[in-house]
Ligand binder design. Structure first.
Ligand SMILES: Nc1ncnc2c1ncn2[C@@H]1O[C@H](COP(=O)(O)OP(=O)(O)OP(=O)(O)O)[C@@H](O)[C@H]1O
Ligand SMILES: [Mg+2]
Length: 272
């Protein structure tokens, strides 16, 4: 092919590609939208100060504030898998907690469209006096599932967690890895539309970790599931995500393809 024709065909391919991307963006609706979100934590000298600070009665014991998320904006479309990267204290967990509704920003707006399942603090919220099986039911009811829905999920959760006879023992007798197994098994059983993962894959032994990663791959193969993933392991981020957002002191400093995001984050780390 003559070179000008080649250039023309490359250009028209490029145009097709660009318009396909634009079509994709126009067609695939955003499911998570952060628009200039700022979250500030207030630090108090004592629990008493923290308590009164809640009602803004007095600020005598206030020793400082920390901007965990600073004017943070990003949009994630349905089916995307995005890694949040950043140093310790960069604001990653805070952003995930805002997505799950555990905490709220004081300014900016957040939209989350879809059923969120969170792998955040896997072991939190279990009642140690109840058995694993009873905790499955309790957790199911707490998130608004019907008895039939819980019954339908129970066998899957029990088999995924592989706790043997311990599933019918009080959870106070579980090791922390066993609690995490049940937490993970529950979170992935509810067929989430949005899956939020915060370092949760660091729990459990190696074979359980492999099983968790395989399950996440399986969930992600559903093109309608959106994943927001926090990890300090670049290999996992590359394996699971196509896009990366780098946070630095609460602010979005890079948003783009995962390889470039990891390179940007590595540079940032070496500079600091
Ligand atoms: N409940 C809280 N009260 C006060 N400060 C908080 C609270 N939660 C988080 N912070 C502060 O907000 C900042 C961001 O914390 P966050 O947990 O979001 O960071 P992170 O990026 O998840 O860090 P890591 O990689 O260590 O998990 C940190 O300085 C942290 O100390
Ligand atoms: Mg964190």
């Amino acid at each position: 092919m003559p070179s000008d024709m080649h250039a023309q065909s490359t250009r028209s391919n490029q145009q097709r590609c660009d318009s396909a991307k634009m079509d994709h963006r126009a067609v695939v609706p955003p499911v998570i939208v952060f628009d200039h979100v700022t979250k500030t934590y207030r630090l108090y000298k004592s629990d008493r100060g923290r308590f009164f600070g809640l009602f803004r009665f007095e600020n005598r014991d206030l020793i400082g504030t920390i901007r965990a998320n600073k004017d943070l904006s990003f949009t994630i479309s349905r089916g995307e898998s995005v890694a949040l990267l950043g140093h310790n204290g960069a604001g990653k967990s805070t952003a995930l907690k805002i997505v799950t509704g555990v905490t709220y920003p004081e300014s900016g707006t957040v939209e989350v469209r879809g059923r969120v399942s969170a792998l955040l603090e896997l072991t939190a919220g279990f009642d140690g006096q109840l058995t694993g099986r009873e905790n499955i039911r309790l957790r199911g009811l707490t998130i608004g599932l019907s008895h039939d829905e819980i019954e339908g999920m129970e066998a899957d959760i029990v088999s995924f967690a592989e706790l043997g006879v311990y599933i019918d023992q009080p959870m106070r007798t579980y090791s922390s890895g066993m609690k995490a197994r049940l937490g993970f098994a529950f979170a992935v059983a509810i067929e989430p539309e949005i899956l939020v993962i915060d370092e949760a894959l660091a729990v459990g032994d190696t074979s359980f970790q492999k099983k968790c990663i395989a399950r996440i791959h399986e969930i992600m193969s559903d093109r309608n599931v959106t994943v927001l993933f926090v990890t300090h392991t670049s290999k996992l981020a590359r394996e699971l995500c196509s896009r990366g957002i780098v946070l630095d002191h609460g602010a979005n400093v890079f948003d783009g393809p995962i390889k470039q995001a990891i390179a940007f984050y590595d540079d940032l780390e070496t500079q600091s």
